[in-house]
Design a protein around this ligand. Structure first.
Ligand code: 5GP
Length: 191
């Protein structure tokens, strides 16, 4: 998506450890107009996929998940990173290895939030090693539901998450695919 690529080129900052900072428009200060267009693009790409629910991880995926859910006319669910007391017991649970912070954390979704008949579109801001999306897939599997595909704002195509998911037969759509990045430049993968 040209609009997103241009914004990444203009405002993205490459940090140590191949981390792209997009806090000025994507996951801290939010450019709602851009996010709305991105949500519409996911809705267009997955229009024929029979999606009944969107699933993401808090917190950075929530805005994009909502703005995708709205044009698709479905509910959005976000996995919680900390099991809150009022979710006791009745949860699906999986583990994510954090790319940006290191270490592992659990994500949980209340059992009532997903049903076996659901066709779930996974949404996230980044795809790097694939751990977050694999954990969401695990939760969908536990619910007995089906993964309709995965939509990510930015795929770091030089990492193996995208290949891993596609090899498992998941349809992955990225609005921007970065082939290479360093402090001087960001190169996008060819369409
Ligand atoms: P993965 O699980 O695919 O390794 O990484 C995806 C998750 O890590 C995303 O939910 C995102 O929050 C975070 N992440 C991975 N790479 C980056 C990055 O370059 N920049 C930022 N801001 N977050 C990232």
């Amino acid at each position: 998506m040209r609009q997103l690529e241009e914004r990444i080129r203009r405002d993205g900052a490459v940090l140590e450890g191949q981390v792209l900072k997009v806090d000025t428009f994507l996951n801290h200060r939010l450019d709602v107009k851009l996010l709305t267009d991105m949500g519409r693009e996911f809705a267009r790409l997955f229009a024929g996929a029979g999606v009944t629910k969107i699933l993401t991880v808090e917190a950075s995926g929530i805005a994009l998940a909502c703005l995708t859910a709205q044009p698709m006319g479905v509910d959005a669910v976000f996995a919680k990173k900390n099991k809150t007391k009022n979710m006791d017991g009745a949860v699906f649970k999986s583990t994510v290895t954090s790319y940006t912070r290191g270490g592992e954390y659990d994500i949980v979704v209340a059992r009532y939030a997903l049903e076996p008949a659901d066709k779930v579109l996974l949404i996230d801001d980044f795809l790097a090693s694939g751990s977050a999306l694999l954990a969401l897939m695990d939760i969908v599997r536990q619910a007995g539901a089906t993964v309709a595909g995965a939509g990510v704002a930015i795929e770091k195509a030089f990492q193996d998450g995208g290949a891993l998911l596609r090899a498992r037969g998941v349809r992955v759509e990225a609005l921007a695919r970065i082939a290479h990045m360093d402090a001087q430049r960001i190169i996008f993968a060819e369409e």
